[in-house]
Design a protein around this ligand. Structure first.
Ligand code: EPS
Length: 386
């Protein structure tokens, strides 16, 4: 079983992830993990915090001489901003009473969080609910990406909408498009839409507002049969939806043609099956987004994800003071204006982790050698059936 946990507050000393279940013998490059962390920090619309931080992992355990040991991997990402918050976020009692946050932001975890935890200071909630936590998820996902890479499974995420600007690029992004996506400040392949998106982000900034959008993630190279139809909680589309919806501000997810399928006849909605001696079974369309019956079907996995606008606003919305119960304006915390490009990177990470978990579940193996042997045996079994 491959799993991970994260800990850490946004303005605390740092973020931590513990990853358990990585097979032994996986080559780990710290520079690759740091590159993934840096991708998450980029993008037009990111807030002032990203100028302070330069996220990097310190590896605490589980790796020796550049390879996993098979024991839990622990990583630490220090918050550079901590030095400015050591009083406000002090672990020990402090002499001077710190200012409390009492104006919860509509759309954030603030109100439900204080009610649930019986807190009197919204900061006790927002520090953990902050999307800063996703840095630890991206670090964890980077380990999963390294494992997938060994099996030639590749992932690419790109932005298709910010605010009202939609990319006209209809082709599915390929692995060869990655450098072009990386070069775009909004991770968009359509240059015209990119210009419009940047203008819209500029306009939202002047209006002290925020923006959401839609991004798409495609996974190439998954064999058929990851996940399972036998029990509801083994379905891979369900597991993927859960991890994607767990990214802060995500409000919708669809696979393949998703919502559009609901208005088609069955005869138009499915991907007919063909057979060729060299390719084996194949499809001419991929409306299912690579998932049928809760399992991969061998076609690329295609996921589209809707992100709401960031709820922290320079022009705050109405709220209620939690102490006086009087009308008030929501707290103005420093935040991003648009984090859709960053969310695409985070989604790549959580999807990679879930697919790697499905691989470890199906092929087992305590070492990479054992896992790849089992994996190749399965690919051969499918090929021999031809
Ligand atoms: C984030 C760090 C946070 C926010 C942002 C994401 O840092 P700070 O609160 O110090 O500015 O910029 O979080 C949110 C937008 C949010 O709503 O929680 C990060 O590292 O991604």
């Amino acid at each position: 079983m491959l799993r991970y946990l994260t800990a850490g507050e946004s303005h605390g000393p740092g973020l931590v992830a513990i990853i358990e279940g990585l097979p032994a013998g996986l080559t780990v490059s710290r520079s690759f993990i740091n590159k993934e962390l840096s991708r998450r920090q980029k993008g037009a619309g990111r807030g002032g915090r990203m100028k302070i931080e330069k996220d990097e992992v310190e590896i605490i355990s589980g790796i020796r001489f550049g390879k996993t040991l098979g024991s839990p991997v622990a990583v630490l990402i220090r918050n550079k901003d901590w030095e400015n918050w050591s009083e406000v976020m002090s672990v020990e009692e402090v002499k001077e009473k710190q200012k409390m946050v009492t104006h919860p932001r509509p759309g954030h975890a603030d109100l439900a969080g204080i009610l649930k935890m019986n807190h009197d200071d919204v900061r006790n909630v927002l520090e953990r609910a902050s999307a800063r936590e996703t840095a630890a998820r991206v670090a964890s996902g980077a380990f999963a990406k390294l494992l997938l890479c060994e099996l030639n499974i590749r992932i690419v995420g790109h932005v298709i909408k910010i605010g009202s600007c939609v990319s006209e690029c209809k082709k599915l992004p390929q692995i060869d498009d990655v450098s072009e996506i990386e070069a775009s400040p909004v991770r968009c392949l359509d240059k015209k839409a990119e210009t419009e998106m940047l203008k819209e982000i500029e306009a939202a900034s002047s209006a002290k507002d925020s923006l959401g959008g839609v991004f798409e993630v495609v996974v190439y190279g998954c064999p058929p049969g990851l996940g399972s139809y036998v029990s509801w909680d083994r379905r891979l589309d369900g597991k993927l939806s859960r991890v994607i919806m767990s990214i802060p501000a995500i409000k919708g997810v669809e696979f393949g043609n998703g919502f559009e399928l609901s208005s088609l006849f069955g005869s138009q909605a499915h991907d007919e099956i063909f057979y060729d001696n060299s390719r084996g079974f194949y499809r001419k369309t991929n409306r299912a987004g690579g998932l049928e019956g809760g399992m991969t079907n061998g076609e690329p996995i295609i996921v589209r994800v809707a992100m709401k606008p960031i709820p922290t606003l320079g022009k705050p919305l109405k709220t209620v003071d939690i102490v006086t119960k009087e009308p008030a304006l929501a707290v103005k915390e420093r935040a991003d204006l648009c984090a859709v490009p960053a969310a695409a990177v985070i989604a790549e990470a959580v999807i990679s982790f879930e697919i790697a978990a499905a691989i470890v579940e199906k092929f087992g193996g305590d070492s990479v050698l054992e896992l790849t042997r089992n994996y190749e045996g399965y690919l051969k079994q499918i090929a021999d059936g031809r």
